[in-house]
Design a protein around this ligand. Structure first.
Ligand SMILES: Cc1cc2nc3c(=O)[nH]c(=O)nc-3n(C[C@H](O)[C@H](O)[C@H](O)COP(=O)(O)OP(=O)(O)OC[C@H]3O[C@@H](n4cnc5c(N)ncnc54)[C@H](O)[C@@H]3O)c2cc1C
Length: 407
């Protein structure tokens, strides 16, 4: 079982990386713990992923976009971020950048389904599913990947895309800084009487943060609520009718009556940044490299960007007849991806801390920050350029807490 590259993990990042190498002449093994049936029809995990213009271009180039159904694509026209009960906030309007919209919203399970369908068409990718990697060993003369079923794979290069809690990263001795925010994030699809008008809401309330992400149907949104775990447990114990009423109450009835229309999915909020993205004949991509707090909606956008950067370096080395695993190839990836992600990772950490801290000094600072942001045109333009730029995956500076409708 000898390959050019073994990819560990067939999540969105691992799948996109395999797809990005199509036609390069490299033989790839893609190892995934889940069974193939699950990968072909992934379960709804409640996540709605906000996609920037640059990510949308990458998804088109990889063939994933064409595999999405029309009703799986939501339009993110405008967004508003508000603090507490203020009437004025930071409004991001698509027309300020001459674009038809700020971005798109796609369900994570739709992305996974589309990516897996694309990879299934690639003869050079051997899919090894229902198999977990138990050990990885790399050295100057090659790599060895051991599976729990006793099989051993050999490759020139191992690329790990096995989530923010990556066991492969740990096995390679790569440290990561982790920030546990001590909060739980609930994502829940809901129908509501008042239409969303394709506007995302961010609402940094006292003791809670709420977001509303507009989906394809004008009366359906993804509601994202962040609470301390004990409060979340109480909420999740409610039946659908009581939960819907509690959500309508949290939104101060601004959306009229609300109904639960999707699974309840709760996630612990943990941010992760690997100290290194590469080692000898080894690279980390996706959340295994940079696991963002969802408040800035950038985990997958960065995952897409990183896999594209690494694939470009690997393809160039292969085309030039150079080793795809050479330190210079890997270090170029490390440098570029760190530069692209580190500032926003740090800013997100700061923002997430500030907006989940209800003590008085934090409340004053965020009120000032939002007020200043609303007045400072250059700041707004920088944020909007990040969302709408075609050429790089820059910040999507909000996600999660919601606010009033800017109408
Ligand atoms: C609530 C929420 C909202 C989000 N919203 C946004 C957003 O708006 N915009 C955005 O860009 N991002 C968003 N994200 C982040 C985004 O979902 C992630 O960045 C992305 O899914 C990570 O993809 P990945 O492939 O790196 O990892 P994962 O999706 O975690 O996939 C890892 C894969 O590796 C497999 N695996 C793990 N260990 C092994 C092993 N030992 N052997 C074999 N296989 C293994 C797993 O089974 C899994 O399939 C959000 C995340 C959450 C939780």
């Amino acid at each position: 079982m000898s390959f050019d590259i073994v990819i560990v993990g067939a999540g969105p990042a691992g799948l996109c990386f395999a797809r990005s190498l199509a036609g390069s002449g490299l033989r790839i093994a893609l190892v995934e713990g889940q069974e193939e049936e699950v990968l072909i029809t992934p379960p709804d995990d409640g996540r709605e992923i906000a996609i920037t213009h640059h990510s949308q271009r990458l998804l088109r180039e990889l063939g994933l976009w064409a595999r999405l159904h029309e009703d799986e694509v939501g339009c993110l026209r405008d967004a508003i971020v508000l603090d507490g009960n203020d009437r004025d906030g930071l409004i991001f309007r698509h027309d300020e950048m001459g674009k038809a919209q700020l971005g798109w919203l796609l369900s994570n399970h739709a992305i996974r389904r589309a990516a897996y369908a694309e990879v299934m068409t690639l003869p050079e990718v051997e899919r090894i599913t229902g198999a977990r990697v138990s050990a990885v060993c790399t050295g100057s003369d090659g790599t060895q990947v051991s599976l729990e079923n006793g099989e051993i794979l050999h490759a020139q290069l191992v690329v790990a895309a096995d989530s923010r809690f990556s066991a492969t990263r740990r096995a390679m001795g790569i440290a990561a800084s982790m920030h546990d925010f001590g909060k739980t994030m609930l994502v829940l699809r809901m129908q509501h009487d008042v239409p969303h008008e394709q506007v995302a809401w961010e609402w940094f309330g006292i003791g809670q943060t709420l977001a509303l992400l507009p989906l394809h149907d004008p009366h359906t949104s993804s509601v994202v609520l962040t609470l301390p775990p004990p409060m979340m447990r109480t909420l999740l114990a409610l039946d659908d009718a009581a939960l819907a009423a509690a959500m309508a109450e949290r939104f101060q009835q601004r959306l009229g009556a609300m109904r639960v229309s999707g699974p309840r999915c709760a996630y612990p909020l943990v941010g992760v940044y690997a100290k290194r993205f590469v080692a000898e004949r080894f690279a980390l991509i996706g959340d295994a490299a940079v696991g963002m707090h969802p408040v800035t909606a950038h985990g997958f956008n960065f995952g897409l960007l990183g896999q594209a950067t690494l694939a470009r370096e690997v393809r160039a080395a292969k085309a030039a007849g150079q080793p795809i695993w050479s330190p210079s190839v890997l270090q170029r990836y490390e440098r570029r991806h760190r530069l692209a992600t580190r500032p926003l990772y740090l800013a997100t950490d700061l923002l997430a801390g500030l907006y989940t801290d209800d003590r008085r000094p934090a409340r004053v600072v965020r009120k000032l920050a939002l007020g200043a942001g609303a007045r400072l045109r250059p700041f707004k333009r920088m944020v909007m350029a990040g969302l709408t730029a075609e050429a790089s995956g820059l910040p999507m500076p909000f996600r999660q807490p919601g606010a009033r409708n800017p109408r």
